[in-house]
Design a protein around this ligand. Structure first.
Ligand code: NAD
Length: 348
């Protein structure tokens, strides 16, 4: 396993390998960049097939967090932690406390939060041993769950994309195809419905589809029909990699604006979308409401300030769309450029 020549290594400031014999903890913490502030990023627990797979994940994800926080205008850098193990079998309080001690030893360079395989309750356990944990505020608006804020940010971003593409400032009668009506997707549907949008939804979990149909009057389609259904906007809110060679030519929507992480199967797809006249709201820009919420839970600022910050996602996206139009670079490339300008400039 190489480190400095690793494909995903991108001048990370610190990579810490944690091995706690008594609890069985094996974890890697990566701090990508702290030019804008302490690094913040979730702690993922996953039974990685190899140590290298865990290292690859933590290097890639921590870098992504630097870009996400920078574009969201947060005074934070990018970091991530991965615990190697199965969260259903291997997770126990002593292991989490050992991780807490390791995080504390970094003196604030890395702040953790929940992610796949960890929960708000786990963060509370970790916080017994470190002050550098976010997303544990039981008295926050949603008890620590950032999904409603993510949904609100996607809603604001979707409206700004619709305004840019279709030159209209309301969603009345607009057809929005939502893939995945779980935590974020369902909340998003509620906002869309309130503004008069027509909802077309799908999910592999029938109860979630039923909830959207009965509570919001959505039209349900089968999972593989969501791309080709006639729609103005496609809102992916399930899993990544869904915009790919197979689905690209099926899409009828001229705007893609949704919460899912890593929506494009390959970076080059963003340029193809541009050529196809499809306006793509880069995923890590439009879904930043959650990280903004987590940052505000830590700073203790009020709900109004949080809402105002999330609403900036709309104007950030408009700047990205404008620069993409004037330069011919895809919206994804432009978002990366703006994020880089922010976190590299602050190092001067
Ligand atoms: P969730 O698990 O609550 O909801 C996802 C839904 O998608 C589920 O109902 C699931 O059944 C459905 N689904 C899975 N595979 C599907 C498929 N092939 N076709 C249709 N539906 C499918 O997750 P969530 O918290 O709502 O997050 C949704 C997406 O947004 C994820 O990609 C997540 O990484 C991303 N995201 C979430 C947050 C957050 O705050 N929760 C923040 C940023 C990004």
């Amino acid at each position: 396993m190489s480190m400095f020549s690793h494909l995903e290594f991108d001048n990370h400031e610190k990579v810490i390998f944690v091995n706690d014999k008594s609890s069985g903890l094996k974890a890697i913490i990566a701090v990508h960049n702290t030019n804008l502030g302490p690094s913040l990023g979730g702690c993922r627990m996953w039974p990685y097939e190899s140590d290298d797979a865990a290292l690859t994940d933590v290097l890639r994800l921590s870098r992504g967090m630097t870009y996400k926080s920078a574009i969201a205008g947060l005074p934070l850098g990018g970091g991530k932690c991965v615990i190697i193990g199965d969260h259903r079998k291997d997770k126990h309080p002593e292991l989490l406390r050992a991780l807490g001690r390791a995080i504390e030893s970094l003196s604030g360079a890395y702040i953790t939060a929940e992610d796949s395989g960890t929960s708000v309750a786990d963060m509370v356990t970790i916080s017994e041993c470190t002050q550098y944990v976010s997303g544990v505020m039981a008295d926050s608006e949603h008890g620590g769950d950032p999904s409603p804020s993510t949904a609100y940010g996607v809603f604001v971003g979707l409206k700004s994309a619709v305004n840019y593409k279709f030159k209209r400032d309301n969603l009345k009668g607009l057809k929005v195809a939502v893939q995945g009506v779980g935590n974020v997707g369902f909340h998003l549907c509620k906002y869309l419905k309130a503004e008069g949008a027509e909802l077309i939804v799908t999910d592999i979990f029938p109860a979630n589809v039923e909830r959207a149909v009965s509570e919001l009057g959505a039209t349900a389609v089968a999972p593989d029909e969501i791309y080709s259904v006639e729609a103005d906007v496609f809102a992916p809110c399930a899993m990544g990699g869904i915009i790919n060679a197979e689905t690209l030519h099926k899409l009828t929507a001229k705007v893609i604006a949704g919460a899912a992480n890593n929506q494009l199967s390959r970076p080059e797809i963003s340029q193809i979308l541009l050529a196809n006249n499809v306006l793509y709201a880069p995923d890590y820009v439009i879904n930043a409401g959650g990280i903004i919420d987590i940052a505000y839970q830590r700073s203790g600022e009020g709900k109004e300030a949080l809402k105002c910050h999330i609403e900036l996602i709309g104007s950030t996206l408009t700047s990205i769309f404008e620069r993409s139009d004037s330069t011919g670079y895809s919206t994804e490339v432009v978002a990366n450029q703006i994020a880089q300008e922010r976190f590299e400039k602050s190092a001067d």
